[in-house]
Design a protein around this ligand. Structure first.
Ligand SMILES: *[C@@H]1O[C@H](CO)[C@@H](O)[C@H](O)[C@H]1NC(C)=O
Length: 488
């Protein structure tokens, strides 16, 4: 009886999913809209009038005061209340790149995407206020912050401020800050000229600081940036990436020559992330050769294509792994960050190839723009629910999505519902409860499933259940592209 019941139930579920699968194509525009709302939920500082994520309110209003500077604003990194500028600047660069490549495909969401960039660049400008003497790189002590489960609005833990200086340099974080400001200056070029100029001028200063005082920020700040955002790959990849963006923003060829002179050009990487910028810089610079026919950038086409050949699953030189369910799999912690960053590069390169009517080869395999688009779409579809678990890894998208997201403000009742101050310990009651998060963190993409396509919807499993701003940022661009290519 039991067995028959099980079979019947399974048969019904199976036939239902076939029906659902046949009739429901992912709604990429809905996902794009939601992916941007997540950035509102991560806002620190004084929130604007048009904030639509209403369960959040002002927070971190004294950030920077211990150093007599204003470091309010910016984004909380992930499920904590930290402001880590290194990944935040990368996030801002990727949001800006998303707008630059795919803004015209964003339709009604373009204004929101520009706002998301500006929330990042406004804060990064503040971080540059004391250049060339110091660059601010972080607010909050992660050891203290991580031991406290509190809403952003309830932060009582010390808001320690960290910086890099000529004697304790950080070329990685400084060059990434420069990249974000330079990319941002291009976003606002025709919209707010004064602001755009300010971003570009500050980017030039931040890059000069990165270049002149060389070193890894984690050498002097290891106790507060490692193991979270340690500069594992060193700083040369950021010098390359920063120079590439400065070249784009200024059209000054000395930045391209500088980029070409770096030793890191001889190194290959199959991973694009907040730490390793090599593949991103190569794809960005490849456009100059592919589309602009600028001979000086020819090497970047070759190296960008080596990267793409390392991630295409049927390429003879593939070096990355895919799960049985078809998901690009790099690492157990927040794997979806590699999926969104890689699919962004696939999308951008497909666009460049199309614009120049080109294809390329991985060994004997001919690669066309539609090849790259198909893989990007397949990865996005996996994230949005076409996977063995039949669940969406974007919160608030589809019928089945993560309920126990590792996120302090999402998991504790809103300040508007419970206005009492909740201590760190009181907060932990909401961490350990089996109840779903009371505030839906709409649009957040979580760390994602493991190498067996399994997902534990469990706050304690932060490797899988924690969202992060740099997981979402490249997805904004990819969704805009995929929506324009494939949405009916
Ligand atoms: C180009 O950039 C270099 C390096 O920052 C600088 O020395 C030079 O003055 C710039 N040239 C122009 C035309 O702005």
């Amino acid at each position: 009886m039991m067995v028959i019941k099980k079979i019947t139930a399974f048969a019904i579920i199976a036939s239902l999913s076939v029906v659902v699968g046949a009739s429901s194509k992912p709604d990429y525009r809905d996902a794009l809209h939601k992916s941007l709302l997540f950035f509102q939920a991560q806002r620190s500082g004084k929130l604007p009038e048009d904030q639509t994520i209403k369960w959040r309110t002002n927070s971190g209003l004294t950030d920077g005061s211990t150093d007599n500077v204003d470091l309010t604003g910016g984004y909380y990194d992930a499920g904590d209340n930290m402001k880590f500028n290194f990944p935040m600047a990368f996030t801002t660069t990727m949001l800006a790149w998303s707008v630059l490549e795919f803004g015209r495909r964003m339709q009604d969401d373009l204004a929101q995407a520009r706002q998301a960039v500006r929330w990042g660049t406004d804060y990064l400008l503040k971080a540059c206020i004391n250049l060339p003497h110091a660059l601010y790189v972080q607010v909050g002590d992660p050891e203290v912050d991580h031991k406290c489960w509190a809403r952003a609005e309830d932060i009582r833990t010390p808001r320690s401020v960290y910086k890099v200086t000529p004697v304790n340099p950080g070329s990685d974080v400084a060059a990434e800050t420069a990249a974000a400001l330079a990319a941002g200056s291009l976003v606002f070029r025709h919209i707010d000229k004064e602001y755009s100029n300010r971003l570009r001028e500050t980017a030039i200063k931040a890059f000069a600081f990165a270049d002149k005082y060389r070193g890894k920020y984690s050498d002097s700040l290891s106790s507060v940036v490692c193991p979270f955002y340690c500069s594992y790959s060193g700083f040369e990849d950021e010098l390359l990436w920063g120079a590439a963006w400065l070249y784009k923003a200024t059209q000054n060829s000395s930045y391209l020559n500088y980029a070409k002179s770096l030793g890191v050009n001889n190194k290959d990487s199959d991973t694009f992330s907040w730490d390793d910028k090599i593949p991103g810089a190569r794809v960005l610079l490849a456009r100059d050769y592919l589309v602009e026919k600028h001979e000086a950038a020819a090497d970047y086409q070759k190296s960008a294509e080596r990267f793409l050949c390392s991630v295409l699953p049927t390429s003879p030189s593939v070096s990355v792994k895919y799960t049985a369910g078809g998901l690009l799999y790099r690492m157990s912690g927040s794997n979806l960050q590699y999926v969104t960053s890689t699919t962004f590069l696939l999308s951008v390169y497909a666009k460049y190839l199309r614009a120049s009517s080109q294809t390329f080869k991985c060994g004997d395999m001919q690669v066309t723009p539609s090849h790259l688009r198909k893989l990007a779409r397949q990865q996005v579809d996996y994230i949005l629910g076409q996977n063995p678990k039949r669940m969406s890894y974007m919160v608030g998208y589809g019928n089945s999505f993560p309920q126990h997201v590792h996120h302090r403000s999402s998991s504790i009742p809103s300040i508007h519902v419970n206005s009492q101050h909740l201590s760190c310990d009181a907060g932990f009651n909401f961490f350990y409860t089996s109840s779903a998060n009371p505030n839906v963190l709409t649009g957040a993409v979580v760390g994602g499933p493991d190498e067996n396509d399994e997902y534990a919807d469990d706050r304690e499993n932060y490797a899988q259940s924690e969202p992060a701003i740099y997981i979402n940022a490249p997805l904004v661009g990819t969704l805009s592209y995929i929506a324009a290519c494939f949405q009916l």
